[in-house]
Design a protein around this ligand. Structure first.
Ligand code: ZN
Length: 113
């Protein structure tokens, strides 16, 4: 009497291994969590960094006279120009770009002698 190969039990065992049982589900959850962490964490960090950089950039003010970038200051720490208006000079008499400025020196005759 030859015993039959228990195909039913082999198939059942395979199904138990392949099907998302307790162990399978745990493994899938772990893999899913790891994948989510690996995928979402850099994304969140990137978004957070981007938003932070945008907020920081909004606060930073380049000096209209010399271009020195500072934040939360009324006057430029490098050249002392007023940064109250933020972008651009309010009147050209107050803020003159140092790279284009020319100084006119007038010769005045002293007539006291
Ligand atoms: Zn400046």
């Amino acid at each position: 009497m030859e015993r039959k190969i228990p195909w039913v039990w082999i198939v059942l065992g395979c199904l138990l291994l392949l099907a998302p049982g307790t162990f399978g589900r745990l493994f899938l959850d772990l893999a899913e969590g790891l994948t989510l962490t690996v995928l979402v964490l850099p994304l969140l960090l990137g978004i957070g960094g981007f938003v932070g950089w945008q907020l920081l950039q909004r606060r930073l003010k380049p000096c209209p006279a010399c271009g020195f970038v500072s934040s939360g200051l009324e006057t430029c720490p490098a050249c002392g120009a007023s940064l109250a208006n933020g972008s651009g000079p309010s009147s050209p008499a107050e803020f003159i770009d140092a790279s284009t400025a020319t100084i006119d020196v007038e010769v005045v005759d002293d007539e006291r002698n």
